[in-house]
Design a protein around this ligand. Structure first.
Ligand code: MLT
Length: 404
């Protein structure tokens, strides 16, 4: 008789954003006339920029001719895209990263959930609390997280690093030594950011204790302040301890097109074995590469026209962030984030739990957000709103919340 991977049974409930989608669907069924505004999941609303669409059309046409048709993509990505990424995202910023250290994929969510596969099950992970649920859930599925303790709402074999108002929602070095450290800056869900000096502290720590930092920089395009690291490779020593993951979803609206990449410097080694070689082996076996047309579209993200158009798109969302931040602050809410990230993190009013506020907002303002407790126990009493809505909806949502 077959046996299932019963690590899956250790996961409490369904994936956070599936739970929210189900709740909203049930509400709409009961209230079909409700004009719902969705500021929950961080999905974009603006169309793909013209420079990218043009490139996409060209690539689609190429697929219709034998001379320019493309079958399986190279499993680590086309050289035209890897070279473009290495130059624009790293070398032009003074980071020592070469194009053969870039692994193109169908998105950062897959990469940050799959990357744990190349590490032993004996490794202990450390995560921020609150945290993007994918890091923890993927380790639970692999059997690395221990058991779920309902009393603490935590897994027994995970090091949680609370990110609270007291520490400006940035983690402190853990007391217990981890092997794998997940960091995400600009942060999802709190919108917090770290300075270069703070990030350097993490790189130094990881090199000292022999840990690997899994650095999720999906929201890099939203950094607006100066002296803030856009990549962990701006820190000295990161080549020996850090893996960085990036996405095209948030900076270029590829949530429905799927493209991302992971950087693994060849200097990260365990004995003679490089992590680079293991991830390359995994890609070769389990992945047939992101589609040619999508990689061509990704290339256009870095063209002068693409860059200019996407700068405007990011500015559009950041204007929404300001509307939410200023509007709620003016209405007496305690808010943070929204300056270097498209997420606003607010304290729920009164003594409402995150889910109580979710229900209240859905029923009384017809606005959907994300309960902070869904990201971890330290998120209880908090709530996340995304700036990825349309401007009109964002203004309307804030007006409705103010009236509550
Ligand atoms: C979020 O809302 O946290 C993100 O959209 C999730 C994701 O990017 O996978």
């Amino acid at each position: 008789m077959f046996k299932i991977n019963d690590n899956y049974l250790k996961l409490p409930g369904s994936y956070l954003f599936s739970t929210i989608a189900k709740k909203v669907a049930a509400y709409i069924e009961a209230n079909p006339d409700a004009k719902i505004i969705r500021l929950g999941i961080g999905d974009v609303t603006q169309p793909i920029a013209p420079a990218i669409i043009e490139k996409l059309h060209g690539a689609v046409d190429e697929m219709g001719h034998a001379e320019t048709f493309h079958g399986y993509a190279p499993d680590l990505g086309y050289a035209f895209l890897r070279d473009t990424i290495a130059k624009n995202d790293y070398q032009d910023r003074g980071c020592d990263i070469s194009s053969d250290e870039i692994f193109v994929s169908d998105g950062a969510k897959c990469d940050c959930s799959n990357i744990q596969e190349i590490f032993s099950l004996d490794n202990k992970i450390a995560v921020c609390d609150p945290v993007y649920p994918v890091y923890v859930d993927s380790n639970v599925m692999a059997g690395r997280a221990g058991d779920y303790d309902a009393a603490t709402e935590r897994f027994t074999n995970v090091i949680y690093m609370p990110c609270t108002a007291e520490n400006n929602f940035t983690p402190e070095l853990p007391k217990e030594t981890p092997d794998l450290i997940y960091l995400c800056f600009p942060n999802n869900p709190t919108g917090a950011m770290v300075s270069k000096a703070e990030l350097q502290k993490w790189v130094d720590y990881a090199n000292k204790v022999g840990a690997i930092i899994l650095y999720d920089a999906a929201y890099e395009a939203y950094i607006s302040e100066k002296d803030i690291p856009h990549s962990i490779y701006e820190c000295e020593g990161a080549r020996t301890c850090a893996i960085e993951m990036r996405s095209f979803s948030k900076n270029a609206g590829f949530t429905g097109m799927r493209l991302g990449f992971t950087v693994i410097p060849k200097d990260i080694k365990s004995g003679d074995v490089t992590l680079h070689s293991l991830w390359a082996r995994r890609h070769g076996t389990k992945y047939n590469g992101a589609p040619y047309i999508i990689q061509r579209a990704g290339e256009a993200v870095y063209s002068p026209e693409g860059k200019a158009q996407l700068k405007e798109q990011v500015a559009y969302y950041m204007k929404n962030a300001k509307v939410i931040y200023d509007g709620l602050k003016g209405a007496g809410y305690t808010v943070s984030g929204g300056v270097n990230a498209p997420y606003i993190w607010l304290k729920t009013p009164g003594n409402m739990t995150s889910w109580e506020f979710f229900d209240h907002l859905l029923a009384d303002a017809n606005v959907v957000g994300t309960p902070g407790s869904g990201f971890g126990p330290s998120g209880e009493g908090y709530f996340r709103l995304t700036a990825f809505g349309t401007y009109e909806n964002t203004v309307e949502a804030v007006e409705r919340i103010k009236k509550l």
